[in-house]
Design a protein around this ligand. Structure first.
Ligand code: GTP
Length: 597
C-alpha cells in the first residue's frame, strides 16, 4: 500500500468520555463487521474490560475507507486505555501513529486524564483533531468545552467536530477529518526492515501474537527477524492484520500496522517499545522511547483455603503469560500461610488481577494492604529495596528510609475544591499549583505514593461526589520519617497486618486497625488486648472482653442432636481459623481488616 493512503491514529480521552463507543461507530461505518456481528465495544475483548467498561490492553483495527473524494484509504485505529495505571500502554500506542482524535465529553469537559494523554500525544508530534462527544445529551455545551480545550490544553479547537458516538451524528465528519487533517506516515520500502514492537499478548490458539508498526522495509512470512533489546532471533510464521478478525497478508510495508506470530514462548520474551530488524542487520539505531513497565504497587496474595495454594500458583502463571507487567514471588506468612508477593502497575491493575484470579480460576484470595517500594539505607552503608513491611530490618540498623513521591493533577468543580485540598493536606501533600478554567479548578500536588495507594482514589471520589478526576506521575524518592506499625493480638505479632507508615499518621492508622479487629475477632474465654506498636512502643490499644459462657450452654438440657450439630458447625468453622498464641482469628477477620476502606 502506498503510504499516502494510510492513516494511523489513536483515540485519546478521559475514562467514560466515549472512546470505545466512537471506535465501534467508526468500525461499523467502514463496514469492517456486519451489523449481526456487532457487539458493543468490540475492541474491549476481555470480559472484565467489558463489565467495568474500561480498556486495558491496547487493541488495533484496520479499516478500509472510501473518502468523499473517491480515494480509498487504509485507516489503522489503535485503541488506548484511559486509566492512569496504564499510561505506559498509552505512550507506546501513540508512538505507533501520526495523529490522535481527542475525544472530550461535551457535557463534562476536560478532565485530568484528557490532559495527561493529550500532552503525551503532543510529545509524540501528533496532529490532533478535537472531537466533542455526547452532543445528544441535554447537558452538552459544545461551545463552552471548545473554549475550555483552548484555555486548558492550549490547542486550537475552532475545528472541533461535534458528534454523538451513541446516535452516530457527526461520525462521518470524523472519518473525513482523519483523512484530510492527519498526516500520512513516512517510510522507505527499499531500506532494511525496521519495526516498532507496539504490544504483544498470548492467544490460546496462536501463541504469542506481536503487534508491530513498520517504519522502513517490509515484513514477510518466513523472514528471520531479530529483537534488538534481547538479540533473540525468530522466524516469522504468520503475518497479518486485524479487521478486527485476524487476517493473513502477504507482507506489511512501511507505515502499516499489523501482527506476526513466530513460536515465541511467552509474552515476557517480547519487550514493548523494542525495535525489530532483519536477523543479519547488526548496526541499527534502536527506536527511541523504550521504557519497561515498572511495578509500583505491591501486595501479598494468599489463598483463603490453604489447600488451594497450587491452584493459585497455576493461576498466577497463566495470568503472567499474558501480562508481563505483573510480577510475583513466593512468600510465606505466619498468619496466612503460603502465598505470593505480587507487583502491579497501580491499584486498578491490582484489582483487575485479583478479580481475574477469583473469577477465571475460582480461587478465593486474601490480599494484604498494598505497599510501595521503599529505599532503606542501613547503618552499615548498604541499601535495600523493600516492598514488604515484614522484611523491614530492626529500627536500630536503619539509617534512613526513602519513599516514592508522585505529582498528582486533580481537576475538580469549584464547590468541592475545599474538601479536595483538605484531603491532599491530610495525606502529607504539598501544593504546587492552583489554577482555574471557568468553574473548574486544577490543582497540582506532590504526594507520597504510600498515602495514595491506601485509599486516596476512593476518598477523592467520595469527597467530590465523583466529580474530581485524577492523574499522576512518579517524580522520585525522598527521605521520610517512616516506621513499621505492627499489630499485636494477645501480645503476639500478626505479620500480615504490619504496615509501613509515616510516624505522624501511625497512631491514627493503628487506632483504626485495632477498632476494626475488635469487631472482627470473636470473644474468647479470656480477655484479649489488641495493640498497635512502633517497635516496642504501643500507640493504640483496644480490649476484647472475655466471654462468660460456653457456646453449648445455650442448649443446656436441650436435645443432643442439636448440640452435636452446633459442635460440628464449630469444628467446620475452626478450619478457617488461624491460631495466634492462644487466640483464634477467623480468616474472615483478615479479609475485612485488610480491606481498603
Ligand atoms: P474507557 O474505555 O473506560 O476509557 O471508556 P470510554 O472512553 O471508551 O467510554 P465508552 O465508550 O465506554 O463510553 C462511556 C459511556 O458513555 C457509555 O455508557 C456509553 O454508552 C456512553 N456514551 C458514549 N458516547 C455517547 C454519546 O454520544 N452520547 C451519550 N448519551 N452517551 C454516550
Amino acid at each position: 500500500i502506498d503510504t499516502a493512503h494510510i492513516r494511523n491514529f489513536s483515540i485519546i480521552a478521559h475514562i467514560d468520555h466515549g472512546k470505545s463507543t466512537l471506535a465501534d461507530r467508526l468500525i461499523q461505518l467502514c463496514g469492517a463487521v456486519s451489523d449481526r456481528e456487532m457487539v458493543d465495544q468490540i475492541l474491549d475483548s476481555m470480559d472484565i474490560e467489558r463489565e467495568r467498561g474500561i480498556t486495558i490492553k491496547a487493541n488495533t483495527v484496520r479499516l478500509d475507507y472510501t473518502a468523499k473524494n473517491g480515494e480509498k484509504y487504509v485507516l489503522n485505529l489503535i485503541d488506548t486505555p484511559g486509566h492512569v495505571d496504564f499510561a505506559y500502554e498509552v505512550s507506546r500506542s501513540l508512538a505507533a501513529c501520526e495523529g490522535s482524535l481527542l475525544v472530550v465529553d461535551a457535557s463534562q469537559g476536560v478532565e485530568a486524564q484528557t490532559l495527561a494523554n493529550v500532552y503525551q500525544a503532543i510529545n509524540n508530534n501528533h496532529e490532533i483533531v478535537p472531537v466533542l462527544n455526547k452532543v445528544d445529551l441535554p447537558a452538552a455545551d459544545a461551545d463552552r468545552v471548545r473554549q475550555q480545550i483552548e484555555d486548558v490544553i492550549g490547542i486550537d479547537a475552532s475545528d472541533a467536530i461535534p458528534i454523538s458516538a451513541k446516535t452516530g451524528v457527526g461520525v462521518p465528519d470524523v472519518l473525513e477529518a482523519i483523512v484530510h487533517r492527519l498526516p500520512a506516515p513516512k517510510g522507505d520500502r527499499s531500506k532494511p526492515l525496521k519495526a516498532l514492537l507496539v504490544d504483544s499478548w498470548y492467544d490460546p490458539y496462536l501463541g504469542v501474537v506481536v503487534l508491530v508498526r513498520i517504519i522502513d522495509g517490509v515484513m514477510k512470512k518466513g523472514q528471520k527477524v531479530r529483537l534488538v533489546s534481547t538479540n533473540a532471533v525468530y522466524q516469522l510464521e504468520r503475518v497479518g492484520v486485524s479487521r478486527p478478525k485476524k487476517e493473513t497478508v502477504d507482507e506489511l510495508g512501511p507505515g502499516e500496522i499489523g501482527f506476526f506470530t513466530a513460536s515465541i514462548k511467552q509474552v515476557a520474551d517480547t519487550r514493548v517499545g523494542d525495535t525489530i530488524v532483519d536477523e543479519k542487520n547488526m548496526d541499527v539505531v534502536p527506536l527511541p522511547g523504550f521504557r519497561p513497565a515498572q511495578s509500583v504497587v505491591f501486595a501479598g496474595f494468599f489463598p483463603v483455603d490453604a489447600a488451594r495454594f497450587e491452584e493459585l500458583r497455576e493461576a498466577m502463571g497463566k495470568l503472567r503469560l499474558n501480562d508481563a507487567s505483573f510480577t510475583y514471588d513466593m512468600e510465606t506468612s505466619a498468619a496466612l500461610g503460603f502465598g505470593f508477593r505480587c507487583g502491579f502497575l497501580g491499584l486498578l491493575h491490582l484489582e483487575i488481577v485479583r478479580e481475574r484470579i477469583e473469577r477465571e480460576f475460582n480461587v478465593d484470595i486474601i490480599t494484604t494492604a498494598p505497599s510501595v517500594i521503599y529505599k532503606v539505607n542501613l547503618r552499615d552503608g548498604s541499601h535495600l529495596d523493600l516492598h514488604n513491611p515484614a522484611d523491614l530490618p530492626d529500627q536500630t540498623l536503619i539509617e534512613s528510609i526513602e519513599e516514592p513521591w508522585i505529582e498528582a493533577t486533580i481537576l475538580v468543580p469549584d464547590d468541592y475544591l475545599g474538601s479536595v485540598l483538605k484531603l491532599c493536606e491530610d495525606r502529607r501533600g504539598r501544593q504546587k499549583q492552583l489554577t482555574y478554567a471557568g468553574s473548574r479548578a486544577m490543582v497540582v500536588y506532590d504526594l507520597p505514593l504510600n498515602e495514595v495507594v491506601f485509599d486516596f482514589y476512593d476518598r477523592l471520589k467520595s469527597v467530590s461526589r465523583g466529580y474530581a478526576s485524577f492523574d499522576y506521575k512518579m517524580i522520585g524518592y525522598e527521605e521520610g520519617d517512616l516506621v513499621r506499625l505492627g499489630i499485636l493480638v494477645n501480645a503476639e505479632p500478626v505479620d500480615a497486618l504490619a504496615m509501613i507508615v509515616h510516624r505522624a499518621r501511625a497512631e491514627q492508622r493503628g487506632r483504626v486497625m485495632c477498632e476494626k479487629l475488635k469487631e472482627l475477632i470473636p470473644r474468647h474465654m479470656f480477655q484479649i488486648p489488641i495493640q498497635a506498636a512502633i517497635g516496642g512502643k504501643i500507640v493504640a490499644r483496644e480490649t476484647l472482653s472475655a466471654l462468660r459462657k460456653d457456646v453449648t450452654s445455650k442448649c443446656y438440657g436441650g436435645d443432643i442432636s442439636r448440640k452435636k450439630k452446633l459442635l460440628d458447625k464449630q469444628k467446620e468453622g475452626k478450619k478457617k481459623m488461624r491460631q495466634f498464641g492462644k487466640v483464634e482469628i477467623p480468616q474472615e477477620a483478615f479479609i475485612s481488616a485488610l480491606k481498603m476502606d
